[in-house]
Design a protein around this ligand. Structure first.
Ligand SMILES: Nc1ncnc2c1ncn2[C@@H]1O[C@H](COP(=O)(O)OP(=O)(O)OP(=O)(O)O)[C@@H](O)[C@H]1O
Ligand SMILES: [Mg+2]
Length: 256
């Protein structure tokens, strides 16, 4: 069972999708680097035994802005779980990188008290199917309320003009879940991962287009207090939405 910290003013951003290799760690590290560049010390919490995000942090050059790392995948007998997962008091933004497959219990635990949940999705029809299952689980198992508007998709390594991308758009649209950024396929991500840096820390002329998309994600993430306020107003007017699994299964994705 996982455990995650709770604090009212903590921006807890959970990045998940049980599909391996869709870009969870890439998003976690690049968002952390962008937050760090803004002058704060963000925290990354790595729940994946592969330790990709912690490895990236180990490779991070010492002269770059600091990022606090928490190796949540490590089990220790020396400390309680909550001590191991503690987040520094002055942390404003916490990025939670999740593993490729998680149990329903872990899904509930991981997303509890989250302010935002990002689901990176690759453009193939197999990946889009997996993402729709992931979103179904978030809504039905983790009981994420769509009215909270905390759930968003990041289309990764994507070309916009494909059949499967427009089907994904229509499907998410019908659920009111936004695609907040589209990241292109670029070796910049691979080089940044190798060097322990974020794209925003690479030569600007090389990465401008990519960094703009990551900044777009940050703008959406930073608006979480407004989204939360809007959600509680909507809830006071509304009846709870009915989410049926049959609705979530409806899309038939063709190949790209
Ligand atoms: N937009 C992109 N363009 C090019 N390469 C990318 C892009 N996004 C991710 N990658 C590369 O794809 C690989 C998988 O990405 P990443 O490790 O972030 O996925 P993940 O979802 O964390 O995988 P896992 O489920 O194994 O933890 C990495 O080598 C990463 O550098
Ligand atoms: Mg990963």
């Amino acid at each position: 069972m996982l455990a995650t910290p709770q604090r009212d003013n903590l921006n807890k951003i959970v990045i998940l999708n049980p599909k391996g290799g869709c870009g969870k760690s890439t998003l976690a590290t690049n968002l952390a680097a962008l937050y760090a560049r803004g002058g704060e010390t963000p925290a990354v919490m790595d729940f994946d035994v592969q330790g990709s995000t912690m490895g990236w942090l180990d490779r991070r050059p010492a002269d770059l802005p600091k990022i606090h790392g928490i190796a949540a995948y490590k089990k220790t007998m020396q400390a309680t779980r909550s001590w191991q997962l503690r987040v520094p008091n002055d942390t404003v933004n916490l990025l939670v990188d999740s593993p490729a497959s998680i149990t329903h219990d872990d899904l509930r635990e991981l997303t509890r008290d989250s302010t935002s949940i990002l689901v990176p999705v690759l453009p193939s029809s197999m990946d889009i199917h997996a993402a729709s299952r992931c979103i179904a689980d978030l809504l039905l198992v983790a009981k994420v309320d769509r009215r909270d508007r905390k759930l968003a998709v990041v289309a990764n390594r994507t070309r916009k003009n494909t059949k499967s991308f427009s089907k994904l758009m229509r499907f998410l649209d019908s659920l009111g879940i936004p695609i907040i950024a589209v990241l292109r396929d670029s070796q910049n991500y691979v080089h940044a991962a190798e060097k322990g840096v974020g794209l925003c820390e690479m030569q600007p002329s090389r990465v401008r287009q990519d960094v703009e998309q990551i900044e777009k994600i940050v703008r959406w993430l930073d608006a979480w207090p407004d989204r939360r306020r809007g959600a509680s107003e909507a809830r006071s007017l509304d009846r709870p939405p009915v989410v049926r699994r049959s609705i979530l299964r409806r899309p038939q994705f063709g190949s790209a």
